[in-house]
Design a protein around this ligand. Structure first.
Ligand code: ADP
Length: 346
């Protein structure tokens, strides 16, 4: 299976490389052909000028208007002929330069959009692979739990454990479907349903929920400020907190602590999600907010995901006229700062 996948990759890469090589060869040919035609035009123009000048000189000698070359070169007729020739020379040169600039610019733009398309296609393919896995594994888990409960007579504690397991997997599926629906909505038209949302209460609820779900993680909650209620979309803001916190846990590695802070800052509320986990490399910080983007390579990546979480965070925050900022945590890990304006809360 892996070999077949590797073979397919190799096939695509070879095909794409060949296509690029072919395109580059055509462009190189066009440039060489153009240079050749330009030089030829230059030489032909010069030949035509020489022939015309010679004809003019013979005529003027025959009419006995000039005695030597110096008089010919100084004559008005020659000067006029020379000016026309010189203008044509400049015209050919100018046209040539404009053509080359246009060609190079065109090639650059085509190449840029081609790279973007290839990157998007790769990300969408990665997304499809991971979404298939993300959907299949909880379904398989739920099925196994239900089959075991059905087939065997189990002690109560075992039955509860299996049921909890199935409920956990169902929650995972629900949050995945929610992410998919929200991201589809964000692509078309997401209009936040504004209502007063107390971010302090929301943060407390999330911390309590996750403390039960992940007892091994050390959660820290800080609330600071008299007014932590903003005008926002509860559904969207829940998704922001869910994605940031679940990510902090997912990418915790050998880290132990996830911090959630909600602070009043001037005319804004700052939500801060901190962890001492794997961290995000400097040059990836901007990219992780893009749709389907995941750090690293799909084959080597250990954690599963869709690359939708931070895209949703970024889009929802933008729809609230807020800002997302990613920093390194010291000594290790990541800090997500979400700055949200109060809006018109009465
Ligand atoms: P997903 O988690 O499904 O891959 P996200 O959009 O939520 O997609 O995140 C994009 C990428 O950003 C992840 O693949 C991960 O590499 C990185 N990332 C997000 N949050 C964290 C975090 N708290 N610590 C380290 N890396 C993170």
């Amino acid at each position: 299976m892996t070999n077949a996948k590797g073979g397919f990759y190799l096939y695509i890469v070879t095909k794409v490389s060949r296509l690029r090589l072919f395109t580059l060869a055509i462009i190189a040919y066009m440039l060489l052909a153009f240079t050749w035609w330009s030089v030829l035009l230059f030489l032909k123009n010069q030949d035509a000028f020489d022939a015309k000048a010679e004809l003019l000189q013979i005529g003027m000698v025959a009419e006995q208007r000039i005695q030597n070359d110096a008089q010919f070169f100084a004559s008005d007729e020659y000067q006029e002929l020379y000016n026309v020739y010189h203008r044509q020379e400049i015209m050919i040169l100018g046209e040539g330069i404009v053509f080359i600039i246009t060609l190079v610019l065109g090639v650059y733009l085509v190449n840029r959009s081609y790279r973007r398309e290839v990157k998007l296609a790769r990300q969408q393919r990665n997304f499809l692979l991971s979404i298939t896995h993300e959907l299949k594994s909880p379904i398989a888990g739920i099925k196994l739990s239900l089959e075991t409960i059905k087939k065997r007579v189990l002690p109560d504690n075992m039955r509860v454990k299996l049921s909890d397991n199935a409920i956990g997997e169902t929650n995972r599926l629900t949050s995945l479907v929610d992410d998919l629906l929200l991201s589809a909505k964000l692509d078309t038209k997401y209009v936040p349903n504004m209502e007063p949302v107390d971010l302090g209460v929301l943060a407390t609820e999330w911390t309590n929920r996750l403390k039960i779900k992940y007892p091994e993680v050390n959660f820290q909650l800080i609330l600071d400020g008299e007014e932590l209620t903003i005008l926002g979309d509860l559904y969207g803001l829940n998704s922001v907190l869910s994605n940031l916190l679940e990510n902090s846990i997912k990418y915790l590695g050998t880290g132990t602590t996830v911090g959630l802070g909600v602070f009043e800052r001037d005319k804004n509320v700052l939500i801060q999600v901190k962890d001492d986990g794997l961290g995000i490399p400097k040059d990836e910080k901007k990219r992780v907010l893009k749709k389907f983007y995941r750090v690293g390579n799909e084959d080597t990546r250990q954690t599963k995901g869709t690359g939708l979480g931070l895209y949703i965070v970024s889009e929802v925050v933008q729809a609230h006229h807020g800002k997302v900022d990613i920093e390194d945590n010291i000594p290790r890990g990541t800090v997500f700062n979400i700055c949200l304006p109060f809006g018109e809360v009465s």
